[in-house]
Design a protein around this ligand. Structure first.
Ligand SMILES: Nc1nc(=O)c2ncn([C@@H]3O[C@@H]4COP(=O)(O)O[C@H]5[C@@H](O)[C@H](n6cnc7c(N)ncnc76)O[C@@H]5COP(=O)(O)O[C@@H]3[C@@H]4O)c2[nH]1
Lengths: 176, 176
């Protein structure tokens, strides 16, 4: 069950480390830039079709990279000062109002997508969709029970029925 | 099968990206420091007991952090300029001779270890050991068939029968 392992890996190797520090990084960033975020939660994008782009602008022109938060450095598994950082995006809503928030895709979904493209990985497209849902459920469950992560994240499930709407992403984000 | 997913994730989300760039990072580093590495391969440590330390010195005093290679920055899943980097360690062998090489633990084993410590993750200690072996086999297989990674890595399986030997790690590394 690939999704189960990826959800735990995402939590233990990333969210459990970075979410407790997020509030402090956001405050440090506010002191530097005086730029207020509508929310200090990490918005985690989960596209049902596992299509993960490198830059959010590729999905919706109303979502534009603004700047990165201060970096977090940790000694991990032999790598000295491994860097963890998040990007702040400026979202323009339907009324042309602008918001800033911390958002990124759940990178493990990129693994699921690439596995489905490799003949030797043993994951077809139908199974991939099931795995995305299992990942979402497993991750929600883990995070709900995590004291370190409570109230510090927002899972944004993106269904692909809205593929035609070029502003679907900004609409979903301004709903958070 | 957790190990299968973690092996693909480690390959698709990390090794496939960094190994092709490693030679260039090592050459760039040589131009800056005139410090020659015995090998430009990434030495990946796979402890059978999944015990992964933050710093290699904790395992063996004959393995000491030397410096980091130049950083690699990539736009990934919404994070602008995500940083990937490797640490160079100085290894002292049994004859007091010194070597430099690029080495780190296979991060997914840390996930396996932490999962076995969590009651809700559904992975016991016996099963964890099996998963480490499955991870090693799956990863070897994937890497052998990868054009991007061929000859750019060295998998170092560390069995725990040598737990009493405080220089086991340096001995294994100087064998590569
Ligand atoms: N040694 C090492 N150095 C790295 O820079 C690195 N980056 C990834 N990995 C390992 O490769 C595999 C694939 O990574 P992916 O990004 O898809 O998942 C990652 C990703 O979804 C998230 N994550 C970890 N670090 C970051 C980060 N810096 N920024 C964003 N997301 C991150 O949490 C998952 C688990 O991370 P790790 O448990 O550290 O091990 C990963 C994983 O086994 C690394 N391993």
């Amino acid at each position: 069950n690939v999704a189960h392992g990826l959800a735990w890996s995402f939590y233990l190797g990333y969210l459990k480390l970075v979410l407790p520090e997020l509030q402090e990084l956001v405050s440090k960033d506010y002191n530097l830039t005086r730029d207020k975020l509508i929310s200090s939660r990490l918005h985690i994008l989960l596209p049902m079709n596992a299509v993960v782009t490198a830059r959010l602008e590729e999905e919706d022109h109303n979502v534009r990279f603004h700047r990165n938060l201060p970096e977090l450095r940790l000694d991990r598994a032999g790598v000295r000062g491994r860097v963890y950082k998040h990007s702040v995006y400026k979202i323009t809503d339907q009324n042309q109002k602008e918001y800033c928030c911390v958002v990124e895709y759940a990178t493990p979904l990129l693994t699921l997508y690439q596995m489905s493209q490799d003949d030797t990985a043993g994951l077809g497209e139908t199974e991939r969709r099931q795995q995305v849902l299992l990942f979402y459920r497993a991750l929600s469950h883990i995070l709900e029970n995590s004291l370190e992560c409570r109230n510090r994240y927002c899972l944004v499930l993106l269904d692909d029925k809205h593929a035609g709407d070029s502003h679907y992403l900004s609409k979903e984000l301004t709903r958070c």
